[in-house]
Ligand binder design. Structure first.
Ligand code: ATP
Ligand code: MG
Length: 649
């Protein structure tokens, strides 16, 4: 950003008080903010007591080598024991940990006692394969219970896992395996996707031609499809794991022992191996899951729809919920298989009470139509969450009304792979929510918005989101590259963590995320947020999804070009609609934000985690050759978009 701070254009006046019943019995009350701001470190030391430590830490934070943090460094614990065994020891062995719903409709429910046996067997199997503490293990699996078991088995023996999303190509897997120098790969024959078995093992076979450090491959049989087997290297999970003893005594590891490496999705630049460690990470994952979702482990059924390959799957499927003894749903497949009501059928079937999903999914459901969720009984729901991108106010309101029955609070949770856990979010029993705003740093977290010169902006102004104090689940470094850690996150503003996101503070001081700094548009000297223009477009009844970019323009520097997907109900799709949309944005945000061009398309380019890749749309808008499309979920989308557009203008 340059010239001036991010403009503050969008006005959103709707407010929603927390439901009285929920507020009365919420896990966390408003008093937590004051308690935590009084003595932040004492607050986190107290949260660390949610965990069972083998050796209780006496030191909370060592910041003497800032920005390299050490939390609870003299404590020791076993992360898997915390997520599994201790619940069994506390008498909750019969509680369901995982309701697994396979895409073809198969499934099973796994209790905490069964999970303990399964994780112990897998831990013994890893040891039998020669994996030990400190070794790296790559995990490339579909969304099946074995993915959770594999991660916990690694944690149990102190091996560091690196989960690679099952949709990534052999190239992407190979570079991640090489970077982490993994010794073992855990994969499957395939997983079910859109009604068909989708192979995984061939990508591993191809990747391993370039990964001589990998000694063994452990293969789960999920789909039963044919796979090539390399003698001496490959071994079936059901043969090796099932024959192991269900007894495995967990040993304690240091709080700062590396728990996992997770590569950021690569929306921007070469993937970075984000390193997370044990005690601080688990403390914040557990606390935030308890506070933000108001989890009541005895009665709630929780469902996070993320993939285990993303950080959301790590912190809010595996570590947070299991540390808290939650009962959760894990679903293998896509939301439209075999029909577009699959998610709502699952909510109804298991009585899901807490649902955590992404704006991209919500906008897709809006596009499919209100009548689909209306066919199912969603009355079990009580808290709804959103993560991954800014949620447009109109999508937020739709989610509240059509999924939440106008009674469930929505928690819009801002965080990153790097932060490890939720940082900015409403609390469901405390916050009067505002559609589109993540609002306030959680108790114990310090964040603000600054301008180019690192000055905190006043309420009502925009700039860069920064985190001003270290937090327990912060990344410890970029794997093998301390310098990149310093350069990427700590060099833009002295002593502050630079998140790379634009944000503004409203008149109450609440935070609104405005998209990535790299995507901000500069029009006639004004910095304009992609998020605000997209939200204005999604606020029009004909629009389901929108992506805007700034394209080079001779007069204004950049001109706003909008790509929109229309709702199923939109009848007019021609020039008149385009004019109407431009006028609508002008009325909502002011003339400066009016798109110069509006292009109606059927698809938008998205990463595999569902985020819009604006850089590719910028290529289209500027009539350039399309850049690297390897991280796209569907690389044919760009051809489709180009074919649909009026030829170069
Ligand atoms: P890469 O860093 O490789 O480009 P990524 O940033 O998409 O990938 P993640 O760590 O999964 O990978 O996503 C974090 C980013 O997602 C945040 O920096 C922010 O841009 C966006 N984000 C996540 N949650 C929210 C939210 N609730 N509101 C606004 N933006 C969000
Ligand atoms: Mg990022």
């Amino acid at each position: 950003m340059s010239n001036e701070s991010l403009a503050n254009l969008l006005r959103e006046e709707r407010r929603f008080a927390p439901p009285a019943g929920l507020a009365a019995s919420a896990n966390v009350s408003g008093a937590a903010y004051a308690a935590a701001s009084g003595d932040r470190l004492a607050f986190w030391a107290e949260q660390a007591r949610r965990l069972s430590w083998a050796v209780e830490p006496t030191e909370t934070l060592d910041w003497s080598r800032a920005p390299f943090a050490r939390w609870f460094a003299d404590g020791t614990l076993n992360v898997a024991y915390n997520c599994v065994d201790r619940h069994v020891e506390a008498g909750h062995g019969e509680r369901v940990a995982i309701h697994f719903e396979g895409e073809p409709g198969d499934g099973r429910s796994i209790t905490y006692a069964e999970l303990k046996d399964e994780v112990s067997r897998a831990a013994n199997a890893l040891l039998a394969l020669g994996v030990g503490k400190g070794d790296r293990v790559a995990v490339y699996l579909p969304m099946i219970p074995e993915a959770v078991v594999a991660m916990l088995a690694c944690a149990r023996i102190g091996a560091t896992h690196s989960v690679v999303f099952g949709g990534f190509s052999a190239d992407a897997v190979a570079s991640r395996i090489q970077d982490a120098d993994a010794k073992l790969v855990i994969t499957a024959d395939g997983g079910w996707r859109r009604g068909k078995p989708s192979a995984l093992k061939p990508a591993i076979d191809e990747a391993l031609e370039r990964c001589p450090g990998v000694e063994r491959v452990l293969v789960v049989r999920r789909t039963g499809q044919d796979v090539a087997f390399t003698e001496g290297r490959d071994v079936w999970w059901h043969e090796l794991v099932e024959q192991q003893s269900a007894e495995h005594a967990p040993v304690a590891h240091e709080a700062e022992h590396p728990l996992f490496i997770l590569y950021t999705s690569g929306t921007t630049g070469k993937p970075k191996g984000i390193l997370h460690t044990s005690g601080g990470y688990l403390t914040q994952a557990a606390y935030t899951h308890h506070a933000v979702f108001d989890l009541k482990p005895e009665t709630d059924v929780y469902w996070c729809t993320a993939d285990i390959g993303w950080v959301t799957g790590h912190s809010y499927i595996v570590y947070g919920p299991l540390a808290n003894g939650a009962t959760q749903v894990i679903y293998e497949g896509t939301p439209d298989t075999p029909h577009q009501g699959r998610f709502w059928e699952i909510v109804q079937k298991y009585g899901v009470s807490i649902l955590y999903t992404a704006p991209t999914a919500i906008r897709t459901f809006m596009k499919w139509g209100d009548d689909i969720p209306a066919k199912f009984d969603l009355s079990s729901l009580r808290v709804l969450g959103s993560v991954g991108e800014p949620i447009n106010p109109e999508a937020w309101v739709w989610y509240r009304e059509h999924i939440g029955g106008s009674r469930c609070p929505i928690v819009d949770t801002w965080w990153q792979t790097e932060t490890g856990a939720i940082m900015i979010s409403p609390l469901p029993g405390v916050t009067e929510t505002k559609p589109g705003s993540a609002q306030r740093p959680l108790p114990g977290i310090a964040a603000t918005v600054v301008d180019d010169e690192a000055r905190e902006v006043p309420n009502g102004a925009g700039g860069y989101l920064v985190l001003t104090e270290p937090w327990p689940s912060m990344l410890r470094t970029v794997w093998g590259d301390d310098q990149r850690y310093l350069d990427t996150y700590w060099s833009r503003f002295e002593g502050r963590y630079f998140a790379g996101d634009g944000a503004k503070k409203d008149e109450d001081g609440d935070i609104w995320l405005l998209g990535r700094v790299d995507d901000v548009m500069l029009v006639s000297g004004h910095n304009i947020s992609t998020t605000e223009v997209e939200s204005a477009l999604v606020g029009h009844p004909a629009v389901a999804e929108a992506a805007v970019v700034g394209a080079a323009d001779a007069t204004t520097g950049q001109a706003i070009v909008a790509f929109v997907i229309l709702r199923g109900t939109a009848t007019d799709r021609g020039e008149a609609l385009v004019e109407d949309l431009r006028a609508h944005v002008g009325r909502t945000l002011g003339p400066i934000a009016k798109p110069k061009r509006v292009l109606v398309v059927n698809e938008l380019p998205k990463t595999r985690s569902g985020k819009i890749m604006r850089r590719l749309l910028r290529d289209v808008a500027e009539n350039r050759e399309i850049g690297d499309v390897t991280t796209l979920a569907d690389s044919s989308v760009m051809n489709l978009i180009q074919a649909q557009l009026p030829s170069a203008s």
